[in-house]
Ligand binder design. Structure first.
Ligand SMILES: [Ca+2]
Length: 224
């Protein structure tokens, strides 16, 4: 009975510890707090300069600089992103890509704030977890609209979270933010984004193996 109790205790301890988030397999998110972004704050190259984020402008005038790193756009530290909404019909996306593990659960979170005019003017910011197959083709995406979900009437920071489980056949995962505007001159409006995190909980089969290995270790010790 004592042995059985020890085994159950060992398994429970192993399962319990597996619920904590872990460092992202294959490397943690790079410069998610944007503290390393932009040497001078004067152009729109903050995403590229960070060395981790990819950046695409699908329309509009990229030279106008829709995305900048600013001290006053930070929810923590000394820099955050300001997504300008002065220009109509612009669309930009930026993100990072990692190797994904089938069956593992991933959580993307970010701090977000909006000026009062920009959402009313039709600007939007979505964050997505995008699953890619071995050929790099998009399987599907899980998306949360930050601008639609934002509830603050006082332009305060809110933290948003998106969780998804990697599907069968997945190879890589992208985290991506898509920013779009519809109207010129949003009275200085824009979105602020900071403290982006991406974490993974190991797949259940990996947890089971951890539990099994713990039991085996216990039994081997008792035999000695
Ligand atoms: Ca920051």
């Amino acid at each position: 009975m004592k042995l059985l109790t020890q085994i159950i205790g060992c398994a429970a301890l192993t399962l319990g510890s597996a619920h904590a988030t872990t460092t992202l397999i294959g490397g943690s998110i790079g410069n998610g707090n944007f503290e390393a972004a932009l040497p001078d704050g004067s152009d729109n190259s903050s995403i590229d300069y960070s060395g981790h984020w990819y950046y695409n402008s699908t329309s509009g005038d990229a030279a106008d600089g829709q995305i900048k790193a600013k001290t006053w756009a930070a929810s923590e530290g000394s820099a955050g992103l300001w997504l300008k909404a002065y220009k109509a019909d612009t669309a930009s996306s930026f993100g990072q890509e990692f190797a994904a593990t089938e069956g593992s659960t991933y959580t993307l979170s970010a701090d977000f704030k909006a000026t009062s005019t920009v959402i009313a003017d039709g600007a939007s910011l979505d964050m997505s977890i995008i699953w890619l197959d071995i050929d790099g083709e998009v399987m599907y995406a899980e998306t949360l609209s930050l601008s639609d979900s934002y509830t603050s009437s006082n332009e305060l920071w809110e933290t948003f979270e998106l969780t998804a489980t990697a599907p069968e056949g997945v190879s890589d995962v992208q985290i991506e933010f898509d920013f779009a505007t519809t109207k010129d001159g949003s009275t200085g409006g824009g979105f602020m984004l900071d403290d982006v995190n991406f974490t993974v909980i190991p797949e259940p089969s990996a947890v089971s193996l951890l539990g099994l290995s713990g039991i085996c270790l216990l039994l081997r010790r008792r035999r000695c």
